[in-house]
Write a protein of this length. Structure first.
Length: 327
């Protein structure tokens, strides 16, 4: 398919039929989640925690398996296992989502096009960014015209400024799949859609884990579906992501409340409060990771964890390489 054939036109009535009902339902749920996030004291830790499972889900949509435990330990510089390509790519995706949560989303969406400088968003394997090396013609079409396709996608994104944020997000997601600015970059579509939501101030306090919603429903973009079916599938994935994020926040609030009861009558220099914050911020905590983050010895950590009671649940059930999580 040449660059001239890669065309995407926004329908005159993008909320036709059942799409309008689905839009209202999901938009209301998203507004409620954003309000909960704004008022929650665990907002920062929760929004960071969501990204780990989302990165694993993004790799799963590419038919790649990345273990959550490996990803958390690698991000915390406490991974001691054998490195594999899927884990390296999963870490890169995690870093891109973390960057989207920390930086201005408009600046990321307006990043330079391929050819002007190395790609700001690209999957890195073994330390070699895809945008900085020569790609073989055996795997990539040299006539793909990524710059032209990306320019068309940006045109579509700019035209959605007159539409509601959630609908603009859905169209940006769908247009990325249709135009395919990057030949092997379908994993970027949920990230760009989440950035559009954040840029339009619909989700100021989180980056919606859309990949997690796709993974939970086993749904995705299909070229055989029409526009209405694709947008409805996207709204379903967003609804699943909202439900997952809300349940995660409720669980963390309950866990924080239970573990905070253990802080009574502790010494001022105790690291128990820091351990609680670490348990909330990470999907799972191992002994090497906690020792590195809290700057304490393994023996001190083994004495601290039982003081938290039964809230942290051990998921390994073995004497070595033990891990805990709160749900």
């Amino acid at each position: 398919m040449s660059a001239k054939q890669a065309i995407y036109d926004i329908p005159e009535n993008p909320l036709q039929g059942r799409i309008f009902d689905d839009f209202l339902r999901v938009d209301e749920a998203l507004s409620k989640l954003e309000e909960r996030a704004r008022l929650s004291s665990l907002r920062d830790a929760w929004s960071q925690r969501l990204l780990f499972r989302n990165a694993c889900a993004a790799m799963h949509t590419q038919s790649c398996l990345v273990y959550l435990q490996d990803l958390v330990l690698l991000d915390g510089h406490a991974f001691s296992g054998a490195m594999y390509a899927d884990l390296s790519c999963g870490l890169s995706i995690l870093k891109f989502w973390q960057r989207g949560l920390q930086e201005d989303p408009l600046m990321l969406l307006r990043a330079p096009m391929p050819g002007e400088m190395p790609r700001p968003l690209s999957c890195e394997v073994a330390g070699d960014p895809l945008g900085t090396r020569d790609v073989p013609e055996f795997f990539y079409d040299p006539d793909w015209d990524e710059a032209g396709r990306l320019e068309q996608w940006r045109r579509v994104w700019q035209e959605t400024s007159r539409l509601p944020p959630l609908l603009a997000c859905a169209i940006a997601w769908d247009a990325w799949h249709v135009l395919a600015p990057e030949q092997q970059g379908t994993w970027r579509a949920p990230l760009l859609a989440a950035l559009v939501l954040r840029a339009r101030a619909k989700t100021r306090n989180l980056l919606l884990p859309i990949d997690t919603g796709q993974w939970l429903l086993h749904k995705g973009w299909r070229s055989s579906d029409g526009y209405a079916q694709r947008v409805q599938a996207f709204f379903d994935c967003v609804a699943a992501a909202i439900k997952h994020a809300g349940s995660e926040l409720s669980g963390l609030e309950n866990a924080k409340e239970r573990m905070s009861l253990k802080l009574k009558c502790v010494r001022k220099n105790s690291r128990l409060a820091d351990l609680i914050d670490l348990m909330i911020a990470k999907p799972l905590v191992s002994i090497p990771l906690a020792c590195k983050e809290l700057h304490i010895s393994k023996q001190a950590l083994r004495l601290l964890i039982p003081r938290l009671g039964s809230t942290p649940r051990e998921i390994t059930e073995r004497s070595r390489y033990r891990c805990w999580t709160v749900t």
